[in-house]
Design a protein around this ligand. Structure first.
Ligand SMILES: NC(=O)c1ccc[n+]([C@@H]2O[C@H](COP(=O)([O-])OP(=O)(O)OC[C@H]3O[C@@H](n4cnc5c(N)ncnc54)[C@H](OP(=O)(O)O)[C@@H]3O)[C@@H](O)[C@H]2O)c1
Length: 295
């Protein structure tokens, strides 16, 4: 049985909040968290490695200061990537580790960083070529039984890898790169499998990491932005809201993980929940992205 944990439809991605981006102070982390909660974005996406293993703790400093916040939010974090970092001197090369020992140690560390006694969801960050699903299932089961993790999932897993792990332990989430610039999940079976197995697809880089707006010389980007601007007038919403709405229309129940560090953009994004573009408009954007009519 899949866990009954639910997530806000938009998720706040914290990758760029700390040392890998805006370098927010504790007060700024606090303001951003509050802005997200006020906007209805109550789920926060983390990974042990963000900010070179520092962002969980920087976020946790807010939770430790104001303990009432924990109950208002859901925390997702990830493990399984071992980065070379001054903060992990034992790592000689970048590698993946989904051994039970590593998963459990990583969760204990995350719990301490956040100052909480449970995580709402734990994801395996990348498919580990040496993944032993029976061993992963034992670790997940132990974490579930102890109440330290409520739900489990994966990230960047292909269909066969999801199938393999899901056959021994029920997965709740597959977090994948998915946007108007990253169309593979729509056609390679990833989103189909999510629907079939009741797994929530979370879309990371839902706006292509911002490249769409920055790389204006790129022909494909120009085509997409041109259509998004036309639709923007039609639906009275900003082009980024249009592109988020495009993801929401897919029946697999995509949960976009917003990467912005700007509270105004978090608030604006919510407008995407208030309308549905037509099928023709959806395909207009698809055509702009692929550069050709569907067959
Ligand atoms: N599972 C994985 O392997 C994985 C990998 C990567 C990321 N993630 C997760 O996904 C989250 C989102 O990823 P992402 O940051 O690539 O997402 P994104 O939302 O596609 O991109 C965010 C970037 O786009 C910029 N942006 C957003 N709207 C814009 C606009 N209207 N005009 C100009 N720039 C705009 C933002 O700048 P501002 O900050 O100035 O708004 C920010 O730099 C991460 O925080 C992380 O939690 C997961």
């Amino acid at each position: 049985m899949n866990s009954s944990v639910t997530f806000s439809r938009f998720i706040a991605g914290t990758m760029k909040w700390g040392a890998w981006g805006s370098n927010f102070s504790t007060d700024q982390f606090g303001r951003m968290i509050k802005e997200c909660i006020d906007a209805g974005v109550t789920t926060f996406d983390h990974a042990d490695i963000y900010g070179d293993y520092t962002t969980e703790e920087a976020f946790g400093a807010v939770l430790k200061k104001d303990v009432a916040i924990r109950k208002q939010i859901k925390i997702i974090t990830k493990c399984g990537i071992q980065k070379v970092s001054v903060n992990r001197p034992v790592h000689k090369i970048k590698s993946y580790n989904t051994s039970a020992k590593h998963i459990i140690a990583s969760v204990e560390n995350s719990l301490e960083n956040f100052g909480t006694d449970y995580l709402d969801c734990l994801l395996l960050h990348r498919p580990d070529l040496l993944m032993d699903v029976q061993e992963v299932a034992v670790a997940f089961d132990q974490l579930k039984q102890s109440g330290k993790v409520l739900a489990f999932g994966v990230s960047n897993f292909k269909q066969s890898q999801v199938d393999l792990l899901h056959s021994v332990f029920p997965l709740k989430v597959n977090q994948i790169q998915c946007s108007i610039l990253q169309l593979e999940p729509f056609v390679d079976g990833t989103l189909d499998l999510c629907q079939q197995q009741g797994i929530i697809p979370m879309a990371w880089s839902p706006l292509g990491g911002g490249n769409l707006f920055l790389e204006t010389e790129d022909e494909r980007n120009r085509r997409i932005i041109a259509v998004a601007r036309i639709l923007s007038e039609q639906y009275n919403s900003a082009p980024d809201v249009i592109l988020l709405n495009w993801l929401l229309l897919h029946p697999s129940n995509i949960h976009p993980v917003l990467g912005t560090t700007n509270p105004e953009r978090i608030r604006l994004a919510q407008k995407a929940l208030n309308f549905k573009m037509t099928r023709e408009d959806w395909y207009l954007l698809w055509r702009a992205s692929t550069g050709r009519e569907v067959a």
